[in-house]
Design a protein around this ligand. Structure first.
Ligand code: FAD
Length: 468
């Protein structure tokens, strides 16, 4: 089989690349080994986890807010079987949607495991070889397992196995307080599970703005999620049908399952890449420039196998850019405004620089403004006043550098910050533009006003004299 553009992998890096290349007139073949398209994100990542987040959110609303709103439904009960049916139906709709889009765009899907034979040929297990002019590698990533005594137990699961559970564990220990660990902690605690998080570093979501990490830890603890920060897991033992997880200085926690969520590594082995001259690092993945070009000029790479971010939306964009370059156009990826959503309760979302990064780059020429949700009417009427929005700007030209948000629905709101940072907006644009009233967006404007020292819906900052 011959084509112009071969795409290896049908996830968020691969499927948009295949569609975009076909839109640009190329004959495209996408080789994907699983029985559904969509990759980790659609099958066992973003989509099923956020379907469970929706169930968890409904449980919370029913337990804590419905009666306040004047809606009496009684004590909410989790029907985990129905929650899984809903999750599976959403996954099915999304993955089959990609197959439909392939047909509509004339992309040919070949099912099988691919491996490069030479710089212009891919061998496919169980199918004929595919020869190509350009290729886009988008093989994704897989969960890492640290070398800890006993961690090979069948009760130590990764995110894929946790998503396949048909019963809610009574006690769940989570190794790793990063994004995936925190999202599952939040979900399962709402499902009634006793949740314990063990994290080696001093804070949850360690790459995120420190205020957001602290706020999330505070609110998790208030919810009753046990956190053990700066503690290393030493050993895991199976005992009485469950697990004993040993960490720190002789501390233990008993659990029915241990989620191992300590990070993901790129899928770059056994693809024949090194043999055809593509440079790669087994930990960081394939080396690719902002055009997504590898060290072999007609071979491109997109997504988790070649990326710093390990996010679906960075993979989408990298795939589009790779496809445009592979078909003779000139496109680059701009990473200044990558949104960083975390679907915990409360949600966390950020874009641009964290406050610490801004202070590192701009020294004292940095101002922040913070608007708490309690000052925003829509949040009050939604019974969601936990958290805040923070703007970060530099004070010489007023350029907006970052936005960090903690609270309900902030993963949807962050797009306003993405557009503002992409457009190199100033803090005045954020603060002096109009936000529809009453909406949650008003918190972004108000944070901007706080940053400029002239809030309307918050008392003025106390004067130095008053503080003295
Ligand atoms: C639990 C979880 C939750 C997540 N939630 C979010 C979220 O909310 N938002 C977000 O932005 N990101 C989220 N992510 C991350 C997101 O899923 C990934 O960043 C994204 O899937 C990366 O896309 P990709 O195309 O690079 O890789 P993948 O989605 O992994 O796709 C790679 C594809 O390549 C195929 N493949 C690999 N090797 C071969 C081969 N040799 N031959 C044929 N096919 C092959 C694989 O089968 C797979 O389908 C989450 C991840 C997890 C695990």
């Amino acid at each position: 089989m011959d084509c112009d553009v071969l795409v290896l992998g049908g996830g968020p890096g691969g499927y948009p690349a295949a569609i975009r290349a076909a839109q640009l007139g190329a004959k495209v073949v996408c080789v994907e080994k699983e029985s559904e398209l969509g990759g980790t994100c659609l099958r066992v990542g973003c989509i099923p986890t956020k379907a469970w987040v929706q169930t968890a959110y409904a449980m919370k609303e029913a337990a804590e807010s419905f009666a306040k709103f004047g809606v009496q439904v009684g004590e909410p009960q989790l029907d985990f079987g129905r929650a899984n049916e809903w999750k599976d139906a959403v996954v099915n709709q999304m993955t089959s949607g990609v197959a439909t889009l392939f047909k509509a765009n004339g992309v040919e899907w070949v099912r099988g495991v691919g491996r490069f034979k030479d710089p212009n040929t891919l061998a496919v297990d169980g199918a004929e070889d595919v020869t190509f002019k350009s290729a886009i590698v988008a093989t994704g990533s897989s969960p890492l397992r640290p070398p800890i005594d006993g961690i090979d137990s069948r009760l130590c699961v990764d995110s894929t196995a946790l998503l396949a559970q048909r019963e809610v564990p009574r006690r769940l220990a989570i190794l790793g307080g990063g994004v995936i660990g925190c999202e599952f902690a939040s979900i399962f605690h709402r499902f009634g599970t006793e949740v314990t998080v063990v994290e080696m570093l001093p804070r949850l979501i360690p790459m995120e703005d420190e205020d957001a990490s602290k706020e999330l830890a505070k609110l998790f603890q208030k919810r009753g999620i046990a956190l053990h920060l700066e503690q290393q897991c030493k050993k895991v033992e199976e005992r009485d049908g469950g697990l004993v997880v040993h960490f720190g200085e002789d501390q233990t926690v008993e659990a029915d399952l241990l989620l191992v969520s300590v990070g993901r590594g790129p899928n770059v082995r056994d693809l024949g890449l090194e043999e055809i001259g593509v440079d790669l690092d087994p930990r960081k993945g394939i080396a690719a420039d902002e055009h997504r070009r590898t060290t072999v000029p007609h071979i491109y790479a997109a997504g988790d196998c070649a990326g710093y971010w390990q996010l679906a939306h960075t993979a989408f964009r990298e795939g589009e850019v790779a496809a445009e370059n592979a078909t003779g156009h000139d496109a680059v990826v701009d990473n200044r405004a990558v949104p960083r959503p975390i679907y915990t309760d409360p949600e966390v979302a950020a874009v641009g620089l964290t406050e610490a990064e801004a202070r590192e780059q701009y020294g004292d020429d940095v101002a922040v403004g913070r608007a708490p949700w309690v000052a925003i009417a829509r949040a009050v009427m939604q019974d969601s006043t936990t958290g805040w929005v923070k703007t970060i700007h530099e004070t010489r030209y007023g350029e907006l550098l970052g936005i960090v948000m903690v609270g309900a629905h902030v993963t949807d709101l962050i797009e306003a910050g993405v557009v503002a940072i992409d457009a190199e907006a100033t803090i005045e644009t954020v603060a002096d533009g109009m936000a529809a009233h009453p909406t949650l967006s008003e918190a972004i404007k108000e944070a901007g006003l706080v940053g400029l020292g002239r809030p309307i819906h918050l008392p003025p900052r106390r004067r130095a004299a008053a503080r003295a």
